[in-house]
Design a protein around this ligand. Structure first.
Ligand code: ADP
Ligand code: ZN
Ligand code: ZN
Length: 751
């Protein structure tokens, strides 16, 4: 009798298995004692689910506890098998378990994020096209005969003879060759049938011109060297690549990736929101388009089918470079050599529904788990990363000048407390901005104007009784959207018609106050009737690919001025832009958020990076009501160091991130008292259990108390280590037995 190794170990093992195609089905099975060799998480197994044989992935293994009677009834695993390329790589299983415990997330939520539904389809559903190719070239005589008897067939055959690849029947049809013509040629044996397998490629329409690596500047070469050292290191340190906009960071990423891929390993590139950065995607595609490796593009706007294709392409190793938004950190690459996180300070790396992970932090963790290099790139690194450099955890390399040594743009501040009265459009466009814009347009140059508020007017207010029209479901004012002639809630999407008189006192004097992008557009069109202007915000860019079209037209000079929200701030490179205007820089400054100063600083530096990227010098005009605020002043001097030092000192003194971890718990219910009471109960328990180093706040109403008819109360907890909070919090939540009418949401390291 053969005694297997596992039979010698004391207790039999229990495996938790995630069933293919059912993201929330996690079932326990006993590992048969007869199985030889260790079973690891990530392994593919066959199991029985209600009599049927299904395939799944082992997520977790633990020894069976003799006490747990229920475990005696468990079924055994049937077989170890299944196509490896269908499952999650073992590294990602470890990442999932870490997320479950760190973020107090549900494992099923985590797995759904990592392992998109469609990806588990066992059948590979690439689109197949019927196609034909030349089977045997005709002799000159045969061709002549064909010309006379069937000239269409002759033309079709000649056409196909010039192709290196088969051509789809549908495409031949479009080129004017009917089915009958093709059938004729098939019948004569000149053609043969084949199929074209083609994934849906979301970027298929774009054309890519091959781009060659540029000879690096000294600073770039140094940065590349540092990254490559880390790719070789036994224990790699994350590299913070801090370089002003236009300093050539992307070129460094491209060359680092080329080397990593050449050495047989794979790479992931994260960008903040991919549909906003088509230029970046294009740069990667054009650099690597000729290589054997394909590039997979993963982002939230993909259809389920597209997503599935891209995932499979990566999982089976055909695409070895992945570029995508935050969820691409879960790309199932096999042999990870490098992860790049571009614009690492971006808030969009944080997912704001469960599982509430931060993709930059996960990139660093994944790099650690899979021993690969991680590069965080930014012109204005987050204070978290800056602090990690100071603590010696990250290695920093800097690119301090723009390529071609162009000067950074000059900042000019307009104090709207004084200039506001004479400003055009009722306080919108200062004299300085007006003149600057006129001058640039006359010189044939381009401008970008920012206002981080969409819609026409901010709210509708009655001058007689001061009533402001608010959403029925949220505690916020409704914004007037002129194109739809509606009032719209930016929190829940609720819409209503514009009332003609005040709903409270009946006054007809009710009027719009404040302004958004739509109103600025109207004012600008009045001021410059001939100007070719395009508004770019969530309302005007609903149609797919619209943003790409606008950027193309802007680059080609068909558009002179772009006016828009933060959508415009990201990674764009337009050499002819010499003026950037910020209409209301204070919008982000006065938010009730400890990161408000940091965000404002980053926004200013980022938008300034759009100006003067060509030969001509750029200028940034900032309209503000608080010109002396430190965030603005440090940005004016492009002084990240100074800003970081001052801000970090404050954060340290007041026990905020990055020195303390923040955890928030939000209770949410249609019944306000219940939301409040439940959270207070939780906080009271926690106060007893948490160690003294944890700072526990009070249960308070959220900044906007009611959203979509739900009342929200919040508490924030801070401690040097988040586990000090989350471990007791997890227990307290389990014991709480809250009513079904209230939900409690935990956010670890919220943004
Ligand atoms: P960043 O990512 O830091 O904003 P980019 O990599 O986009 O900077 O570089 C800015 C511009 O300079 C791009 O047009 C890029 O093609 C060009 N560039 C980058 N590196 C070099 C180089 N070594 N030589 C010449 N041009 C370069
Ligand atoms: Zn609402
Ligand atoms: Zn009124």
């Amino acid at each position: 009798m053969v005694v297997s190794l596992s039979a010698l170990s004391s207790a039999p093992q229990i495996a938790r298995v995630l069933i293919d195609g059912a993201p929330s089905l996690l079932l326990d099975y006993r590992v048969p004692e007869s199985w030889a060799g260790p079973l690891e998480s990530g392994a593919r197994v066959q199991v029985r689910v209600r009599q049927a044989l299904r395939t799944g992935t082992v997520i977790d293994l633990h020894p069976s506890s003799e006490a747990a009677e229920s475990e005696f009834d468990l079924l055994e695993l049937e077989d170890r098998s299944g196509d490896e390329s269908d499952g999650i790589p073992a590294g990602l299983v470890r990442l999932a378990l870490w997320m479950e415990s760190y973020y107090l997330a549900k494992l099923t939520d985590v797995l759904r994020a990592i392992y998109p539904e469609g990806a588990r389809e066992t059948h590979y559903r690439a689109i197949e096209h019927q196609a034909v190719r030349v089977a045997r070239p005709p002799s000159p005589e045969a061709l002549e005969k064909l010309r006379q008897r069937a000239p269409q067939q002759a033309r079709c055959l000649a056409h196909l003879g010039q192709q290196t690849e088969p051509i789809g029947l549908a495409q031949l049809g479009k080129q004017g060759f009917s089915r009958a013509v093709v059938q004729g040629l098939l019948g004569k044996g000149f053609l043969e049938k084949t199929v074209l397998r083609r994934e849906r490629d979301p970027f298929a329409q774009a054309e890519f011109v091959e781009s060659l690596p540029l000879p690096l500047t000294k600073a770039q070469a140094g940065a590349l060297q540092a990254i490559l050292e880390e790719t070789q290191a036994a224990v790699p340190h994350p590299v913070l690549l801090q370089g002003v906009t236009g300093s050539g960071k992307t070129e460094v990423y491209l060359q680092a990736i080329a080397q990593v891929v050449a050495s047989g390993r794979d790479a992931i590139v994260l960008v903040p929101e991919i549909s906003l950065t088509p230029q970046t995607v294009n740069r990667f595609k054009s650099r690597f388009a000729t290589a054997e490796t394909e590039i997979a593009v993963l982002h939230s706007a993909l259809g389920a089918g597209e997503r599935q294709d891209e995932w499979r392409k990566v999982r089976c190793g055909r695409a070895r470079i992945v570029i995508g938004a935050r969820s691409a950190v879960f790309a199932p690459v096999g042999n990870l050599g490098l992860i790049v996180v571009d614009e690492e300070q971006e808030a969009s790396y944080k997912q704001d529904n469960p599982p509430r992970y931060h993709a930059r932090d996960l990139a660093v963790l994944r790099g650690h788990l899979e021993k690969c290099a991680v590069v965080l790139g930014s012109a204005t690194p987050s204070l978290e990363s800056t602090a990690n450099v100071q603590a010696g955890k990250y290695r920093r390399v800097q690119l301090t000048t723009r390529i071609g040594e162009q000067a950074l743009p000059r900042f000019r501040f307009v104090d709207m407390r004084r200039a506001g009265k004479s400003a055009l459009g009722g306080g919108m466009i200062s004299e300085l901005l007006h003149q600057g814009l006129s001058r640039r347009l006359e010189a044939g140059e381009q401008a970008i104007l920012f206002l981080n508020r969409r819609g026409f007017s901010r709210f509708l207010q009655c001058p007689d009784c001061a009533h402001v029209v608010e959403c029925r479901h949220c505690d916020v004012s409704l914004t007037y959207h002129r194109s739809e002639e509606r009032l719209l809630c930016h929190f829940c999407g609720y819409q209503e018609l514009v009332p003609r008189h005040c709903p409270q006192c009946g006054s007809r004097a009710i009027q719009f106050a404040g302004y958004g992008t739509q109103k600025v557009e109207q004012v600008l069109r009045g001021l410059y009737p001939k100007m070719r202007l395009e508004r770019v915000d969530a309302d005007s860019m609903r149609r797919k690919n619209r943003l790409q079209e606008v950027f193309r037209d802007f680059k080609a000079g068909k558009i002179q001025v772009l006016l828009g929200t933060q959508l415009l701030a990201k990674g764009l490179h337009f050499p002819n832009v010499t003026l950037v205007g910020l209409l209301h820089a204070d919008l982000s400054l006065h938010l009730p958020d400890f990161r408000a100063g940091e965000r404002t600083f980053q926004l200013l530096v980022q938008v300034a990076g759009r100006a003067g990227r060509g030969e001509k010098a750029g200028e940034v005009i900032v309209q503000t009501f608080s010109p002396h605020s430190p965030s603005l002043q440090f940005a004016r001097h492009h002084d990240h160091q100074g800003f970081a030092e001052q801000e970090l000192e404050l954060r340290k003194a007041f026990h905020f991130p990055p020195y303390f971890h923040l955890v928030t718990v939000t209770s949410r219910s249609k019944k306000e008292r219940l939301a409040q009471f439940t959270l207070e109960t939780l906080v009271n328990r926690l106060k007893k259990e948490l160690p003294p180093e944890v700072l526990v706040g009070e249960a308070v109403p959220a900044p906007v108390l009611r959203v979509a008819d739900h009342y929200r109360y919040q508490v924030s907890l801070r401690a040097p280590k988040s586990r000090t909070i989350t471990a007791p919090l997890k227990r307290a939540l389990l014991e709480l037995q809250a009513s079904k009418e209230v939900s409690l949401l935990v956010d670890v390291d919220p943004v």
